[in-house]
Each structure stands twice: as structure tokens, then as C-alpha cells.
Design a protein. Structure first.
Length: 746
């Protein structure tokens, strides 16, 4: 939020206390504590009636420095930092610098206040005059309104930190945001909301950003965090929270992928996903009419048209209306769910069903949960209810271990029937006028609620299927949610513009530590025209995960035109042939936190042409994908330096420039990076096959030298390593694998 009125004044109703100097500095072996009075202390009398801010610097991981700011000490909890281990910092002899790997933080004694961060000796960012502040707001303070659901009313106190932005420095991340990829000039509210994809609201809010200066900043506050990225003070990035304590981490790279590797080491890496999840998913859509006959006709129609299908998803009307969620199949349309699920499995399909954490009043489970104290309550002890979404609904209180076990028992019953995965919808509309079982502050739980919800479901899936086999299809998340993939982009329109905003959301989420991401092919609201659908099919099948889903209309390809069937067949089979490459990219995401779909600025951080580019991406390290967002098939694509090869045609193109291309619906810009070796599978009918049986290593032009390549077995995880050597135009391949594979020159 903005506290100031221009350079010189505060907004009416706002008073500020700033860290004025480093009055004294206390050092330990691995930490520094600073007392920062809110005025310069010139004489002993200045210490009376004078608030101070206490700052403590420490390191939980190498190349990561924690800064804790306290006005009055509080014990409010932050995120679950699964990788934090105190004691990584080293204090230099003079006692004003903390060093962690190649990252250092230096406090300058005395006035004015100065805290600076360096990476490999290079300045990164700093906290200077009037950059650490404690603000008090009167009830009628003229500040910006807070996000919907958390209005700024009544007297409040905030802590804020501003960090400098250098000339040319750009900021990325802060969750799945659908506006411009670069956040400079924006105000961003970290507050989960069910707002679709066409506004400043977001389902997945993450208080973490990184910049092209080689560092990232993570605010360890699970509640509302307000960001002003060069929008209150244009030379600074500001973040503020309500309360008495603020903790943040500066994370050094210097490359974007290194920053994400360290950030996900701190907050958690994504689970490894099963190969079957990468195939095509088909949904019933949301409000359409369907029964088993409809479902069977869709599945058989896909098979008859040679459209490989891996997962069938039942959206919310698999349960009876007004009963969501009772976890019971609507007997009017699904009288034999056990038999139906068995029949779907016989067709070699996995089954996913829609759920949410809201219990409708008419559901038999409402009375059961209310009686046992499993629903969120109002401060007066009554069950919290409202009529939005489902009449009289309540919310499961996941801070109550018994409530969580109760909720999980309903999921286990569905697994016993044959359900393989869960779409964990909703989790954003979490009220503040409630009392949690464990006493958690409602404001801090608003964003964190979805994390507990998804964790409860993911635990059940891992328990039954084992690690590496659990799959969510989740809409909402916050920091740490990347540990439980997959996430999808939420409710979007069905236009070219909606497709572009969806991609921006996915790229922003990738910069926020999330490795796996999907979206509704064709858009959700409305029905796309055939052109939009076909372009979205190509984009969707060149994403990490691919699902055909809509709201009030079906998304089977033949509902649009026969060419849509051809386009779906072409790109589905293309993706399945790429499974050795894609699955290995997913393994890399699990091991290092590098996302599958990578913004160009992440993969080519030294190329200034890609700093703002949000209309194309890298799928893994070697495939450049540029979706088509125009009715006439025209697309502008930027190719970085090097020789690129069109994957579909084999055409060689020199990079370092922009190209304007026109593509039929059966084509899109897919380029292979210079020097790449792509492992191409022998099958195009399913994603979970033996990748080494009939494997082809396609060797693309590149300079002399060695390229090391790994192909992992999707069932055992066992890696097979290949070494490709180029020398004077000759290519040789070495591997411990004796037979079953070959190589070819692209």
C-alpha cells in the first residue's frame, strides 16, 4: 500500500517512524543484530520515549540471507520453510557484514541508515534513508483501499521495507498474474481471490519476486502482503504487512534458474509426476448435461478418431446439485459408479474428479461435520455460513487434525471406487470473521488455507499411489504450493486475448517457483470459435499439462469442425513422441526447481530483447514455442542468437532477430535450439511407454564438443546417460545402453 503523498509528505491519517541509524551492532558467530532508533541519537535524552526497530541478519541456506525486523517482538508464524537450516552465515571480523556463500549483507554503523547486499562483490540492492518504516494509520487514513475481502478499516499498524531498484532493473514473479510479465510500475496485493484471469486479482499469490540483477526477495508472511514495485518510490520496490514483525529473505543467483533453485530449496521442490499425467485430459465441462452414456460417447469418439486420451475428468455435477461437496455420485445419472470406473479403467484411462473444501448445508456431511466441530466457526462459536457458491455452505477447518482426517476419509472412499486424481478447485474465498481451531489469525490464514487444503488431498494420493504417482489439478496456491503439482490457470475467457493473458499468468507463476502448469484448452467462459479452439489446442499440448475443459459447452474437438480433430491429433501425437524429453524435463523440475515452461528471460537472461517478452516461452531447455494469438495466423517470434531449426519443417533460421510468420492451424512456431539433442520416443499413442525401446536421439547442428543427455525410466526413475560428441562434422554417441536406440542428424 502507499503511505506517502509524493516525495515530501505522508498521506492524511498516516504517521511514520523510520529506521534512522544503526545505533549499535551486536555480532554472533553466524548472525548480526542491529538496534535502529527512529531518530538519530545525539544525546542520552534522545533514547527516552523513542521507539526502535530491531533487525537481525542470519542465513538459513548458502546464498540466502534472512532479515527479521521487529517493532514489538511477536511469535506469528510464517510459511513452512522445509529447507531452512540456521547457521550458514559467517560474520566478518569487523562485525558489520554477514556472508553466506557469494552473498553478503553489510550494515553501515551510525546514520543515515544503510543496509546493502552484494553478490560476488557486485552491488545487488540496498535499504537506505527512509526505507525501513513503521506506519500507524488512523481509521480514516486516506490510503488506497485494501483487496476485496480485506478492507483497510480502523486504526492499523504496518511494517514496510523498500529495496533499491537499479536503472534498467526489472521485476518478475509475485504469483500467477495475468497482466504484464514485468511488474515494474504495478501495485500487487498478495491476497488469493476468485476473480478469473482478466483483472489484477489472482488465484495463486506468492510473496516472492526476482529481478534481472541476479537476486530474489521472499517475504515470509502467509497473509496479506502489499507490493509497490517502482510505483510509490520509482527507484524502489516496497513490500508491507500489517503487524509488528516483518521477515524477508534475499536470495542470490546470479542466474534466474539458480535463484529459483535456492528459493525452492527453502520452500520446497515439486513432487515428481507420473508419466500418464502428461497425456491429454478430457473433461465433462462444468455446467453441461452428462451421464455415463455421454462420457462413454466422448471417450469412444476420441478413440474412433485416433485421438489418444490419458485422463477423463468429471467436473462438479458428478455430485448432486446443492450437495457439493458430499463426495457421493449422483445416483440419478451415475447409478453404478463402481462399475463405470472399472469400465473406464478397462479403456486404459485414469479418472479425476472435482472437489472443493466447501460443504453445502443440504449435504448430509454438513450436519456430521458441524456436530464434530470440523467446520470454521464465527467468533461467537456458531458455524460460519453463507450462500455464495452453495446454499448455506461451511468450510472445513484444516487447522483441526481431526477435521483433516475426516475430510481425507471421504477421499479414500473415492479412491477405493477407482478415482486416481483430484481436481482441488476453489480455496480462495476464505473469510476473516472466523475463529480457527488452532487459534491462527484469520488474516494470516486467508492465503494459507488453500495450502492446507491441497496438502490434505496430496497426502492421501501419495499414501495410496506412492511418491511420484500423486497428481492434483489445483487452482489456488501460495508459497510452497509448488510441492503439490499440478496447478491450472483458472477461469478464463474463450478469445485470443484470453489465451494471451493465460500464458502471461503461467510465465509469471514460473518465475514464482512453480514448475508444472496447465490451463483450460479453448478457454472456460463462453464457447470459442473454431479458430480460437484450434490455436489453443496447439498451445495447450505444448504446455506441461494439457486439459480440454470448458464451462457451459463441451470441448471435444469434433464439436468445432473436422480440422479441429486433425489439429488435436497432430499435436497430441507430437507431445507423446516428445515424452522422453518432457518427462526428463519434469525430473529436472523435481530435482532443481527449474520450471518446465520457462519465460525467455529465464532461459536467456543476458539477452535484453527478451526482458519484457511474454508471448512465447521455452518448453524445457531446447524447444522454443510461440503460440498464435491472431485469427489470420500471423505471429511475431523472437529467436535469440544461434542457429534454430523449425521442429515441424526442418528449416534452419539464424537467430538474434525477430521474425514475422504466418501459420496454418496445423502449425505453430516450434524451434529447436542450436546444439540440442532431442530424445524422441517411438510411440505416439500414450505417454507412459518404455522410452528407451526404439528411442531416437535427434542431433541438431551445433559447435564441436560434448552434449550429455539423460533419459529416465518413468516407472523406476533409473537414468540412462548418453554422451553425444561433435568433431569436424562427425557425430558419435556413447551410452551404457547396448541396444534399442539410434541417433539421427536433424
Amino acid at each position: 500500500m502507499k503511505f506517502t503523498d509524493g516525495l515530501w509528505q505522508l498521506r492524511p491519517g498516516v504517521t511514520a517512524l523510520y529506521a534512522a541509524e544503526a545505533y549499535d551492532i551486536h555480532t554472533e558467530e553466524d548472525a548480526i543484530t542491529v538496534t535502529a532508533p527512529t531518530t538519530v541519537i545525539n544525546r542520552r535524552g534522545d533514547t527516552l520515549n523513542r521507539p526502535v526497530l530491531s533487525l537481525r541478519l542470519s542465513s538459513p541456506l548458502e546464498n540466502v540471507i534472512r532479515v527479521r525486523i521487529d517493532h514489538h517482538i511477536s511469535d506469528e508464524r510464517g510459511f513452512d520453510l522445509v529447507g531452512a537450516e540456521d547457521g550458514h552465515g559467517i560474520v566478518k571480523a569487523e562485525g558489520t557484514t554477514l556472508i553466506s556463500g557469494a552473498l553478503s549483507a553489510t550494515v553501515t554503523p551510525g546514520a543515515p541508515w544503510s543496509l546493502s547486499f552484494h553478490g560476488d562483490g557486485r552491488p545487488l540492492t540496498s535499504s537506505g534513508h527512509k526505507s525501513v518504516g513503521y506506519f500507524h494509520l488512523t481509521g480514516d487514513a486516506q490510503t488506497d483501499p485494501g483487496p476485496v475481502g480485506n478492507p483497510r478499516t480502523g486504526p492499523r499498524a504496518y511494517l514496510a521495507q523498500q529495496l533499491s531498484l537499479s536503472v534498467g532493473e526489472v521485476v518478475y514473479g509475485l504469483g500467477e498474474r495475468f497482466g504484464p510479465l514485468v511488474k515494474n510500475g504495478q501495485t500487487v496485493e498478495i491476497w488469493n481471490a476468485d476473480g478469473g484471469t482478466s483483472s489484477e486479482q489472482a488465484y495463486k499469490n506468492v510473496p516472492f519476486y526476482l529481478t534481472n540483477r541476479g537476486y530474489g526477495v521472499f517475504v515470509n508472511h502467509p497473509g496479506h502482503v502489499s507490493y509497490e514495485i517502482g510505483s510509490e518510490a520509482v527507484q524502489r520496490a516496497q513490500f508491507s504487512i500489517e503487524g509488528e514483525s516483518l521477515e524477508y529473505f534475499v536470495i542470490y543467483g546470479p542466474a534466474p534458474k539458480q535463484i529459483l533453485e535456492r528459493y525452492t530449496a527453502l520452500t520446497g521442490r515439486p513432487a515428481r509426476l507420473p508419466a500418464w499425467s502428461y497425456g491429454l485430459w478430457l473433461s465433462t465441462s462444468f455446467t453441461t448435461d452428462y451421464d455415463e452414456q455421454t462420457v462413454t460417447s466422448f471417450i469412444d469418439g476420441m478413440a474412433e478418431r485416433d485421438l489418444p486420451l490419458s485422463v477423463f475428468h468429471f467436473d462438479c455435477f458428478w455430485m448432486r446439485e446443492f450437495n457439493w461437496c458430499d463426495f457421493t455420485w449422483d445416483p440419478r445419472v451415475f447409478p453404478d459408479p463402481d462399475g463405470m470406473l472399472a469400465r473406464l479403467h478397462a479403456k486404459d484411462l485414469r479418472v479425476c474428479v472435482w472437489i472443493n473444501p466447501y460443504i453445502a448445508q443440504r449435504s448430509p456431511l454438513f450436519a456430521e461435520a458441524a456436530e464434530q466441530g470440523f467446520l470454521l466457526k464465527r467468533p461467537d462459536g456458531s458455524v460460519w455460513q453463507w450462500d455464495l457458491w452453495q446454499a448455506g455452505m461451511g468450510l472445513v477447518d484444516f487447522t483441526n487434525p481431526d477435521a483433516t482426517r475426516w475430510f481425507q476419509s471421504k477421499l479414500r472412499a473415492l479412491q477405493d471406487q477407482g478415482v486416481d486424481a483430484f481436481k482441488t478447485d476453489f480455496g480462495e474465498r476464505i473469510p476473516l470473521d472466523v475463529a480457527y481451531f488452532d487459534g491462527s489469525a484469520p488474516e494470516r490464514m486467508h492465503n494459507l488455507y488453500t495450502h492446507l487444503y491441497n496438502a490434505a488431498v496430496f497426502e492421501v494420493l501419495e499414501e495410496r499411489r506412492g511418491r511420484g504417482e500423486a497428481v492434483l489439478f489445483a487452482r489456488s496456491a501460495t508459497a510452497g504450493g509448488q510441492r503439490m503439482p499440478v496447478h491450472w490457470g483458472g477461469d478464463t475467457g474463450s478469445t485470443y486475448g484470453s489465451m494471451a493473458e493465460t500464458l502471461r499468468g503461467g510465465l509469471s507463476l514460473a518465475f514464482s517457483g512453480f514448475s508444472f502448469w496447465s490451463h483450460d484448452i479453448g478457454g472456460f467462459e463462453g464457447t470459442p470459435d473454431p479458430g480460437v479452439f484450434k490455436r489453443w489446442v496447439a498451445f495447450g499440448l505444448m504446455s506441461s499439462h494439457s486439459r480440454l475443459h470448458g464451462s457451459s459447452s463441451y470441448r471435444v474437438p469434433w464439436a468445432f469442425d473436422e480440422e479441429a480433430v486433425e489439429v488435436t491429433r497432430l499435436f497430441t501425437k507430437l507431445k507423446l513422441r516428445l515424452m522422453p524429453y518432457l518427462f526428463q524435463t519434469g525430473v529436472q523440475a523435481h530435482e532443481s526447481g527449474t520450471p518446465m515452461m520457462r519465460p525467455m528471460a529465464m532461459e536467456f537472461p543476458g539477452d535484453r530483447n527478451v526482458a519484457y517478452l511474454d508471448t512465447q516461452y521455452m518448453l524445457g531447455p531446447d524447444l522454443l514455442v510461440a503460440p498464435v494469438f491472431t485469427p489470420d495466423g500471423t505471429v511475431e517470434v523472437y529467436l535469440p542468437d544461434g542457429t534454430w531449426t523449425n521442429y515441424l519443417t526442418g528449416e534452419r533460421v539464424e537467430g538474434g532477430r525477430w521474425r514475422t510468420e504466418t501459420h496454418a492451424f496445423t502449425s505453430m512456431p516450434i524451434y529447436v535450439r542450436e546444439g540440442a539433442v532431442l530424445p524422441i520416443g517411438a510411440r505416439d499413442d500414450r505417454p507412459d511407454y518404455d522410452y528407451l525401446d526404439g528411442l531416437t536421439l535427434r542431433v541438431y547442428p551445433g559447435p564441436d564438443g560434448e552434449t550429455n543427455l539423460t533419459v529416465s525410466d518413468h516407472t523406476t526413475g533409473e537414468p540412462t546417460h548418453f554422451t553425444v560428441t561433435r568433431s569436424d562434422g562427425e557425430v558419435t554417441v556413447a551410452s551404457s545402453l547396448v541396444s534399442g536406440w539410434t541417433h539421427e542428424l536433424a
